[in-house]
Design a binder for this molecule. Structure first.
Ligand SMILES: Cc1cc2nc3c(=O)[nH]c(=O)nc-3n(C[C@H](O)[C@H](O)[C@H](O)COP(=O)(O)OP(=O)(O)OC[C@H]3O[C@@H](n4cnc5c(N)ncnc54)[C@H](O)[C@@H]3O)c2cc1C
Length: 449
C-alpha cells in the first residue's frame, strides 16, 4: 500500500460492474450505504437486455416453464443448494421491482406478464422464455402470441441478425410472418454495417425520417414491424416512439447477436445514474489486493499499480465466473481470483467437461463457484463464513448454470439484493451469527404484474 495514493473511506466496496455488481451498487445506494464500485468492462455489454428469472429446469430435459415462480419451486426442490434457495420469494419479487423502478427512471422501461414468462423472438429464430422485456421489444412478444401479420426488417450488410432466417424458422407456426431487406440510410455503398454507428445515427431526426420513408413501402398488410435492436443508445424510447409515429404501425426491436447495443444501454444507464445516487465509480480499475483488518477491508485498486486505497467495512464480491475473471481454472483446480476462497468444483479436471460439446445436460464446470451461507457470505474450507462482512452475488455463486437455466440477470439481481440486505443487517447487528434469510416461501402472494 502506498501512502501517495488517494484514500477513500466507504461502508461498502462492490467488486464487479456486471449485472450483479451494478444491481448491488444500486441497492446499496437506495439504502443510504456509502459505496465504491470497481471493475472492468463486464459481460453486461454482451447482454440481450432481457431479464431472465427462471426458464429451463431440469437442464437435461430442456423443460421450459411458463411460470418462473413455479420453476423456482421445482428447482429448489431438486437443487437445494441453488442460490435461489437462500432467498425467499417475496424478496426476489422486491428485488425485481426495485431494479425495474431504477431502469424506468433511467429511461429504460420494462414490460412483463403477471406471473408468466414472456416468449421472445431471438436473432436466429429461436424463441426464448424470459421474465422482463424492454418496452421497445414488447410488441414483438404480443405479435408472437397473436401470430399477427408481421414484417421483419433485414438491413443490407448487417451482421448478427437475419429476418429471413427468423421467418424461415417460425413460418410453419406463424404463416403471417414475412421479411423484407432494406438499405439503411447512407450505408448503400458499404459492404458491412455495424450496430453501434447505425444506432447512434438514429439520434438524428432526419435519419429516422429517412429510415421510415424506406420502410413504409414494405408495410402492406403488416400490423407490426420488427427491427434488429438499433433504436439508439441513450434515447431509445424517444427514437422508438418517433419512428413508430413516422411509419404509422406498431414497431419493436429484436435482440441482435453480441456485440449488441442492448447491453451498452444498460451499461451507460448505470454509469450515468449511479454517480448521481452517490456511488463512487472506479471504472476500468482492478482490485489488486485485499487486506482484511478489524474494521473490515483495505483494498488496493488500480492497474497495473495501485492508484487508490479503499477502506470499507464490507465487500460484495460480484466478480463473475471465467469470462468476468472472478474464477480461474489451472491444470488441477479452479481458484477464486481475489481472496483465494475455496471453490466448489465437480471432481478432477477431466470431469469438468462432457465429451459432447453440445451435451443437453451441460458441463459440470458450469456449476462451479462459491459456496455461501444464508447471508450470502462465502465459506472457508471449514464451512464457516470466510469473513464476517464479505458477501458474494451473481454468476460466481456455485450450484447454478445460469446460461442453460435461463436465470442470468434474475439471479444476479436477486442475489445482489440479498447480499446488500445481509451487509446492512450485519453492520447494524455485528453480533448476529446468522440471519433467517433462508426458506423459500411457499404460498407468498405473487405481486408482479
Ligand atoms: C452473451 C451473453 C448474453 C446474455 N444474455 C442474457 C439474457 O438474455 N438474459 C439474462 O438474464 N442474462 C443474460 N446474460 C447474463 C447476465 O448479463 C450477466 O452477465 C450474468 O448473470 C453474470 O453477471 P455477473 O455480474 O455475475 O458477472 P460478470 O458480468 O462476469 O461481471 C464480473 C465483473 O467483475 C469484475 N472483476 C473480476 N475480477 C476483478 C478484480 N480483480 N477487480 C475488479 N473487478 C473485477 C469484472 O471486471 C466484471 O466487471 C448474458 C450474458 C452473456 C455473456
Amino acid at each position: 500500500m502506498s501512502n501517495d495514493n488517494p484514500e477513500i473511506n466507504c461502508e461498502l466496496a462492490v467488486i464487479g460492474t456486471g449485472m450483479a455488481g451494478v444491481a448491488a451498487a444500486m441497492f446499496a445506494s437506495n439504502r443510504g450505504v456509502s459505496t465504491v464500485q470497481v471493475g472492468l468492462t463486464s459481460e453486461i455489454i454482451f447482454a440481450s437486455g432481457l431479464i431472465d428469472l427462471m426458464g429451463v429446469h431440469p437442464i437435461a430435459d430442456g423443460k421450459t416453464w411458463e411460470n418462473p415462480w413455479e420453476a423456482i419451486d421445482a428447482l429448489i426442490h431438486d437443487i437445494p443448494k441453488h442460490p435461489f434457495a437462500r432467498i425467499n420469494k417475496d424478496d426476489i419479487h422486491k428485488a425485481l421491482e426495485e431494479f425495474l423502478v431504477f431502469m424506468n427512471d433511467a429511461g429504460l422501461p420494462y414490460c412483463r406478464h403477471k406471473n408468466r414468462n414472456a416468449k421472445m423472438i431471438m436473432p436466429v429464430g429461436t424463441v426464448k422464455h424470459t421474465c422482463c422485456v424492454p418496452k421497445i421489444m414488447w410488441n414483438g412478444v404480443l405479435a408472437l402470441e397473436k401470430k399477427s401479420p408481421c414484417l421483419l426488417i433485414d438491413i443490407r450488410g448487417f451482421r448478427g441478425f437475419s429476418a429471413r432466417q427468423i421467418t424461415e424458422t417460425l413460418k410453419a407456426s406463424w404463416p403471417a410472418l414475412r421479411n423484407a431487406r432494406i438499405s439503411f440510410p447512407n450505408t448503400e455503398y458499404l459492404e458491412e454495417v455495424y450496430t453501434e454507428p447505425i444506432a447512434r445515427s438514429l439520434a438524428l431526426s432526419e435519419n429516422r425520417k429517412a429510415l421510415a420513408q424506406i420502410v413504409i413501402p414494405h408495410v402492406k398488410d403488416a400490423v407490426m414491424i420488427g427491427f434488429p435492436a438499433i433504436f439508439g443508445i441513450n434515447d431509445s424510447v424517444k427514437i422508438y416512439r418517433d419512428l413508430q409515429d413516422l411509419i404509422g404501425v406498431p414497431i419493436f426491436e429484436i435482440p441482435t447477436m453480441p456485440p449488441s447495443i442492448t447491453g451498452l444501454r444498460i451499461k451507460e444507464a448505470f454509469e450515468t445514474q449511479l454517480p448521481k445516487k452517490g456511488v463512487r465509480l472506479l471504472l476500468q480499475k482492478k482490485v489488486l489486493n485485499v487486506h482484511p483488518n478489524k474494521d473490515g477491508f483495505v483494498l488496493d485498486i488500480g492497474g497495473p499499480d495501485t492508484e487508490y486505497t479503499v477502506n470499507a467495512k464490507g465487500v460484495i464480491l460480484a466478480s463473475g465466473r471465467f469470462l468476468g475473471r472472478g474464477l480461474h481454472a489451472d491444470r488441477k483446480q479452479i481458484r477464486e481470483s481475489i481472496f483465494d476462497l475455496p471453490v466448489f468444483q465437480v471432481g478432477e479436471r477431466k470431469k469438468w467437461h462432457s465429451q459432447n460439446f453440445l451435451d443437453p445436460k451441460g458441463h459440470s464446470i458450469n456449476m462451479a463457484g462459491l459456496e455461501i451461507d444464508n447471508m450470502f457470505r462465502p465459506l472457508d474450507s471449514s464451512g464457516k463464513p470466510a469473513f464476517k462482512t464479505l458477501f458474494a452475488a451473481g454468476s460466481i455463486l456455485a450450484h447454478q448454470d445460469w446460461m442453460r437455466m435461463k436465470c442470468g440477470s434474475g439471479l444476479a439481481i436477486a442475489s445482489a439484493f440479498a447480499a446488500v440486505n445481509a451487509f446492512k443487517e450485519q453492520v447494524k447487528n455485528p453480533r448476529s451469527k446468522d440471519l433467517a434469510l433462508i426458506c423459500p416461501s411457499k404460498g407468498l402472494p405473487d405481486t408482479l404484474g
